[in-house]
Design a protein around this ligand. Sequence first.
Ligand SMILES: [Zn+2]
Length: 321
Amino acid sequence: MRRLRRTEALRNLVRETRLEPGQLIYPLFVCPGEGVRREISSMPGVFNVSVDEAVKEAEEAAGLGLGGLLLFGLPESKDEEGSGAADPQGIVQTALRALKANAAAKKLVLIADVCLCEYTSHGHCGMVHETADGFEVENDSSVEALGRAAASLALAGADVVAPSDMMDGRVAEIRRALDDAGREMVPILSYASKFASAFYGPFREAADSAPQFGDRKTYQMDGANVREALREIEMDLTEGADMILMKPAMPYLDVVRAARDRFEVPMGAYQVSGEYSMLKAAFAKGWLEEERAMLESLIGMRRAGADFIVSYFAKDAARVL
Ligand SMILES: [Zn+2]
């Protein structure tokens, strides 16, 4: 076996899995204001950016040959229903219009996250109502709101919409809403298997979306279940999802592999905030070699079967590649 490992040229020739900048998607957290660039303390190197700064980020991402951007919003104000998610003048809608007016940014696939948690005062991904034993996140009213949000994002210029809420039936409703809005060519990238995970911790600071009470275990998946993940994916595809996204990535690579073996659709993995932050912490301590560990974490996701990867390392990795 060692004959083919002798030189870098030989290793390169027989390499089974490749990683290219065009397979990487960079998440952006857009906030109000101008000239704002606020570092997220638990995610060194990642910023909340105002729309003008988001355009600069997009120019850089396009220059590096990245595949696209995944947009999240930090709205000016929030309410019980998360009505800001569908506001044509909302923060992500405004950012999308600005990005679409920029020649460099237009080269990227602009993916808009569709969820309510960034827009609800309680931080849950759907409508909440009180019950005798606490509260419940309502499914069907949430699904309608998600459809409105997706249509509004598509009308503002999103190339792809990516529902991350984990309500049942939302893909079908979003498809209907997109078609009704005349956006029948906008594909849905469904976070079909999204596990309730401790690794989302830093994101909640980044997107200011931590639930104010309870947790998300009644709608996100139990981390112990792989068959259930495959059922989720199958249902989302039946409802009209064009691509699927798996989240988190590293602790769930077996799920990515199982999905790859069973489904033919394009599939992405999301290297979530906690995966990024723990690597960054180890780099800061000098415990891991930055470049190699970063690329190894990403190639592992490709090898598991992900066609593309959403990662906070996207720009850093592209620079190395
Ligand atoms: Zn959410």
